[in-house]
Design a protein around this ligand. Sequence first.
Ligand code: GLY
Length: 388
Amino acid sequence: MSACDRGTAAAAVLGRLHRGALDARPGFPVWAATGEQRESTDARPRWHTSMDGDWTGGFSVAALWLAARDGTGRRRDAVEAMRRLAPALDSTSAFRGFLFQHGAALGDVLLQDAEAAELAVTAARRLAAGAHPVTGVIPLGEPGLVPEGCQDEVAYVDAVGPTVSLLAHAADRSGDDGLRDLAGRLALWTLDALVRPDGSMGQAVTYDRRSGEVLATYTAEQGLRPGSTWARSPAWGLLAAGSAALRCPAVADTARAHGRAIADWWIARCGDAGWVPRWDFDAPVGDPLDTSAAAIAAAGLLRMASAEDGVPDGAAAVYREAAAATLEHLLAWVTPTSPRDPRTAGMLTGGCYHRPHGLAVGAELVWGDYYLLESLLISLAELDVNRL
Ligand code: GLY
């Protein structure tokens, strides 16, 4: 897609996600094979779906809320899809933060939907109930990802940013400042544990379930090896740091310091390399890229830029420019990628879900589409980054 028209790209990505959300019913879109444009026989590639929302169901519901706000979609479709996420309130997964920030809190932000507001507050309280009383860390709670027989707890950086936003939103809505305090502690504990001295990041922490003491940090199964930097670790970390810097005033300075370290590392590694990283920063040259990591990073950089606004000697302009450059490069990956590309418009190609499992490599990923869309809308002043 032409790199110069963000509005056209945003409308196309929103249209793609909106249709995907409707077509996937009663499930939720997760990823789609995009094919090479010259081989494509299916102009509208089918989404692989999850029936229960998994960790990804909220992204397409967010598109339904955005479409309802713009008048291109119907609010009742967003409400219906949001209600299908509600059973996940009872899951143990820390990834619920993704579902209810994007699938419920956004409906309150955009449309002041009372049911969405109530669901967001309920979800925030459920997550808070499982948090460590001192550190604020929320255990991963995904049986398939915690090593069998592990007596300690595990936490990932992945959902921390959206969970921070959800807790802060719920604090605004309910007046319960304990939820904002928890959001700040969760963000700082995670970043303290996982941001390395050079600004790169691990993904996962093993910690003592009683004391909360950090026992080990590593990159989990989606990365190249335990000590490598999986591309989405710093991307999720940047989102967490930026969200905490914006939404949790009590920890904003420390969150910004972590965010700067990650952002500066990211810019140094990606700025001369097309702004889209390989799926793992330690993977060999020629390995697949992950556009979804770049899209998440753009959303994190825009949060960091807003958090740095007004800070003496702050880096707001640097981060805004880095986000803009990332978006310009990502638009080249959005269909149509050439005038003769027959594929449906608005797909962010080139995502990498799980390279070691060979899952959705070179694919369209629902969260890549969503964070690209969110970043485009922030840069077009159609979304207020301070409320996300
Ligand atoms: N679990 C979140 C991710 O795959 O990035």
